[in-house]
Design a protein around this ligand. Structure first.
Ligand SMILES: *Cc1c(COP(=O)(O)O)cnc(C)c1O
Length: 409
């Protein structure tokens, strides 16, 4: 029967119970869970919030949150040191859309450009490249996931006649490795490649790294040479729906000619209509936390990650953590552990991501589980090999990493 509330409530309760039961074991995905959005609930009851077209141009209808969206973009752009007089951005459906937007912009600036990214790049990068039909070169990454700058230089040197678009990973998905945008810029300078565009994929780590003391901050943002940058909204900030923020140098957009739509706001984003609720929740979180609150959260995450790393090494389990990272990479535990805990395993390596809301109590429950499983599993002949070959070595792609695909020349 349509319309019966009782059975629906029962199903919603069952969903809530399932989510709550799973929550303590979910330590492998980078979504913050420490923030209460309940004060926004009334705005979810009846209100369509539709941010149509350009966030800078309100348009005809009133049911939008573009003023908040502009505040979010400017907050993020300030953190990422985008030039005050040369910035533009919007709230996306996620970092993936932001990367698609940025690479589309790069292609419009430099038709025929080749995209370079490391083998540790997120799948959304390859997906965007495939959608755009651009030629790509996959560059080697080192054992812990950072771009190999010498390989980048030699790959670009082979194609110096073509514009170069380089995607820098600012916190890779598996190890949270950070590619150095200053070094990438230096490689391009050294080869005199000036028709270039650097996109920084900072989905998880952009905001936390921006909050570091300037003396410790890695080179990853606009001031270091990026032309565009994306962060996710549901990772460090912890929005309850996937979303993100893309920021680009506004001057790059001059060649894109948007059409003015009947909505009164030019259709300049990937999806056209955008969620006004996403902008609203990001605005609310950024205002509530403030810079100091965000910084404290980031520091607490790093402390917990350092603690987790120490505990794992303490029980003799192979683990690695990059400086500043929330992510602790560990040799994939035996099946009884991975059956119970969500660790995002990639073959030999798994990771725990110490996001805001993950507690020491959870780590203190995980480590004894792991230790019990190790004691119950007899050591195998491969144990030493694993150690020697480096636990984080990604499986090499079977195709040579220099293969060009999708060349539309
Ligand atoms: C999570 C992630 C993405 C995808 O971000 P979404 O906001 O989920 O679309 C892209 N790149 C990296 C490095 C990521 O960690």
């Amino acid at each position: 029967m349509a319309g019966e509330l009782g059975p629906l409530i029962a199903e919603l309760d069952a969903l809530t119970a399932r989510l709550e039961a799973a929550r303590p074991f979910n330590i492998g995905f980078p979504g913050a869970i420490d923030f209460d959005y309940a004060p926004l609930a009334p705005l979810f009851a009846h209100q369509l919030l539709n941010n149509v077209g350009d966030p800078d141009i309100d348009g005809i209808a009133a049911n939008h949150t573009k003023a908040m969206e502009r505040e979010v973009v400017s907050f993020v752009a300030d953190l990422l040191r985008a030039p005050a007089d040369d910035r533009w951005g919007y709230v996306t459906t996620g970092a993936s859309e932001g990367t698609l937007y940025a690479l589309h912009l790069a292609r419009s600036l430099y038709p025929g450009a080749v995209i370079y990214h490391s083998e540790a790049a997120h799948a959304s990068v390859a997906k965007a490249i495939e959608l755009l039909g651009m030629p790509q070169v996959v560059v080697c990454a080192d054992e812990h996931g950072e771009l190999d700058y010498d390989d980048l230089a030699s790959q670009i040197a082979c194609r110096r006649d073509r514009p170069a678009v380089v995607v820098a990973n600012i916190g890779t998905t598996l190890t949270e490795a950070v590619d150095d945008v200053r070094r990438i810029s230096a490689v391009l300078d050294g080869l005199a490649v000036y028709r270039r565009f650097v996109h920084a994929d900072a989905a998880l780590s952009g905001i936390p790294l921006a909050l570091l003391d300037p003396s410790q901050r890695p080179g990853f943002d606009f001031a270091d040479g990026a032309d565009s940058l994306i962060v996710s909204g549901h990772k460090f900030i912890g929005s309850p729906m996937p979303c993100g923020v893309v920021v680009v140098k506004a001057s790059h957009r001059s060649r894109l000619a948007p059409s003015l739509a009947y909505t009164g706001s030019p259709d300049v984003t990937i999806t056209g209509l955008r969620s006004g609720h996403a902008a609203l929740v990001l605005w609310y979180a950024l205002r509530r936390f403030g810079i100091e609150g965000l910084r404290t959260r980031a520091e607490q995450c790093r402390e917990l990650a350092a603690y987790t790393h120490g505990r794992l090494v303490g029980i003799g389990w192979s683990a690695h953590r990059h400086e500043h990272a929330f992510t602790v990479v560990l040799k994939t535990p035996p099946a009884p552990v991975t059956d119970r805990w969500v660790l995002a395993s990639h073959g030999e390596a798994s990771h725990i991501v110490c996001m805001p809301g993950i507690t020491r109590k959870q780590i203190d429950a995980f480590v004894p589980d792991l230790r019990a499983a190790i004691c119950a599993t007899p050591p195998t002949a491969t144990t030493n090999n694993n150690r020697r070959s480096g636990l984080l070595r990604r499986t090499r792609p079977t195709a040579p990493p220099v293969a060009m695909t999708g060349d539309t020349r």
